[in-house]
Design a binder for this molecule. Sequence first.
Ligand code: MBD
Ligand code: FE
Length: 307
Amino acid sequence: MMNRQEIDQLVKEMNVDTATKTVNPRVQQVVVRLLGDLFQAIEDLDLSQSEVWKGLEYLADAGKSNELGLLAAGLGLEHYLDLRADEADAKAGVAGGTPRTIEGPLYVAGAPESVGFARMDDGSESEQVDTLFIEGVVTDTDGKIIPNAKVEVWHANGLGNYSFFDKSQSDFNLRRTIFTDNDGRYVAQTTMPVGYGCPPEGTTQALLNLLGRHGQRPSHVHYFVSAPGYRKLTTQFNIDGDQYLWDDFAFATRDGLIATAIDVNDPAEISRRGVDKPFKQITFDFQLVHDQAQAPAAEVDRRRASA
Ligand code: MBD
Ligand code: FE
């Protein structure tokens, strides 16, 4: 058995003392720490060589199938980073506003833009899925409306699948960028999302199976909400009544982020909305926090798809 001091000495001899060119100190610090922690875990758990290779092969497979983002959500790493961001905000005196929750791995940049209103669905599911109107206002934390706020919205179809990743859907189906109107309002006409489930034969679900866990999310809608002078908000609402509301494999459900879908059957309302059947309606408002010099960055730099 090596103790931690011997492990750290070995890591240093192999990866620090061997440097002959410019060092990136942050990368060196992180690599040295993670290698030390890994070697320590191999000692503590007495991992066999085969077990270590299985782990590397798992990560290679997860990367090859583009599931590392899904894995980060499913293992709670993405939610943990949110808890850390909340703590950092609180420490910097940043308070109030709509709570953040995870982005997830399925955002695609470049969605069609409009002002005030967008129809998000391509009509292909109109017969199978309820129509949903989502509307709300964007304000600051004092309730002052924010016109021209950028509201990026994306969600799954009636099978729990997202366009772009699901190539059977049309381009940017259920993905839109809506700028709030002069009253700070956005309205989206779309279809009721169904909760996403991890691909059953995928690498993420394979690991979840070994942990005895499901890979299901409740029905939800994702948002980025931003405006000049305000901190960018990454969030979602999760829809009340879904069996996975508080049993989300990605841990995104939070107090303050639960939406209720109301059934609307009134013929006058149906005609006012310009639709031909009863629909569901969700009101979801956002409060943005003013930028402050000491605040931690709200923008997360990560690789995202764009189309
Ligand atoms: C999703 O739709 C999602 O939002 C997350 C976090 C993970 C997988 C699929
Ligand atoms: Fe999602």
